[in-house]
Design a protein around this ligand. Structure first.
Ligand SMILES: Cc1ncc(COP(=O)(O)O)c(C=O)c1O
Length: 379
């Protein structure tokens, strides 16, 4: 007997049954099987199962739901778990799309976001009210790269009778597995490191069935399903995830170290630097001395200086997204965090001159030379 080593792509939106009874049983969730790809598709299910195995190795009771994007996973999780009158404590500095969902959309449905610095445990405790149902965190925050103390947040959330939900896109399970630190649900934009080649969009939510159930229901009813072709690409990306992430982290650590001290650079933020405010937390939570492949640099000269720096880069692409094999740069205030006004940017810790560098798999010396020449052009 043999089996395909590559994941088969089941490009079918509907599945035919031998009889009407089975059709009704599968659609009603009483029997396992496939009926309609918005509900379940074999390729998408295989991708999600592979992610669950990475986030919770050996834990058969942990499952995953595949989504058509990271935002689809985040919105289904928030809407699946929260209702009118509930409060969610979330970081003032988080991905711009998440910030927009929290501040623009959730209040329309009577859900109140409390945006604070979630690395400050005392502030989080003080923000808890009888209506707190969720603490939402990013393992490594976009773009400030702060690292919250997940076990402490889990304890506060659970004492309040709520859940800890963690967007772990920047970390990947290669660096940190939040379920092992008390999180109830882990979310990813699979578009980033999982796909790894900037050619597929997807998302995933991982957790035990009591937490994942409402997320699955919201996915099915809101319609954020993952297409089979995207699932194939994302699943293929997982095969090289550990290799890519290790290489990207190693290069980022070298670059972060070398960039600090350049006259054009006001500040380098990288969880692996001893100067990072949560370096100790990162050491405690992250695996094998890996601190991520995102570096945030505050450039002298504010917005103009930052944009001039980006424009001078040659190897590093001016591009959105992150985590792929290509190195990319984004000026946070005008791109990924364009939804935030000046007050919200200041509360999030995003300076006008802040650029986010996503380190790829290129030759480290070539990247360093490119960054140096771009900084030199602005000094
Ligand atoms: C931390 C984080 N979470 C979620 C998302 C949203 O993911 P997607 O673009 O796949 O919807 C992003 C996108 O940049 C992100 O950086």
């Amino acid at each position: 007997m043999s089996r395909p080593l590559g994941l088969p792509v089941v490009r079918s939106s509907a599945f035919a049954f031998d009889n009407s009874h089975d059709y009704s049983e599968v659609l009603g969730g009483r029997k396992s099987g496939y009926s309609y790809s918005r509900i379940d598709n074999p390729t998408a299910v295989a991708f999600a199962a592979a992610v669950a195995a990475l986030e919770a190795p050996g834990c058969d009771d942990v499952g995953a739901e595949p989504f058509g994007s990271g935002m689809a996973a985040i919105s289904a999780t928030l809407l699946g778990h929260l209702e009118a009158g509930d409060e969610v404590i979330a970081p003032a500095g988080c991905y711009g799309g998440t910030w927009s969902l929290l501040t623009r959309w959730l209040p329309r449905w009577g859900i109140h976001p409390v945006l604070i610095d979630i690395t400050d445990a005392a502030a989080v405790r003080a923000a808890v009210t009888p209506r707190t149902r969720m603490i939402y965190a990013e393992t490594i925050a976009n773009p400030t790269l702060t690292v919250p103390d997940l076990p402490t947040l889990a304890q506060i959330a659970h004492q309040a009778g709520g859940r800890l939900v963690v967007d772990s896109t920047f970390a990947t399970p290669v660096i940190c597995r939040p379920l092992e630190h008390g999180a109830d649900l882990v979310l990813h934009s699979a578009t980033k490191f999982f796909g790894g080649h900037a050619d597929a969009t997807g998302g995933v939510a991982i957790g035990r069935s009591e937490h994942l159930g409402p997320v699955r229901e919201a996915r099915i009813d809101l319609g954020g399903c993952l297409a089979p072709d995207e699932a194939f690409l994302l699943h293929r990306g997982l095969q090289t995830l550990a290799l890519r992430v290790a290489r990207q982290c190693a290069t980022a650590a070298v670059l972060a170290d070398k960039l600090a001290g350049h006259p054009t650079v006001a500040r380098v933020r990288y969880p692996g630097l001893p100067s990072h405010p949560q370096h100790g937390t990162a050491r405690a939570l992250f695996h094998d001395g890996l601190f991520g492949s995102l570096i945030t640099v505050d450039v002298h000269g504010g917005r103009t200086g930052a944009m001039a720096f980006c424009d001078a880069l040659r190897t590093v692409a001016i591009a959105t997204s992150l985590g792929s094999v290509h190195s990319k740069v984004s000026h946070a205030a005008s791109t990924t965090h364009r939804q935030l006004d000046d007050t919200a940017l200041a509360a999030a810790g995003i300076s006008p001159g802040q650029v986010r560098l996503s380190v790829g798999v290129e030759d480290p010396e070539e990247l360093l030379a490119d960054l140096r020449q771009a900084f030199d052009a602005g000094s």
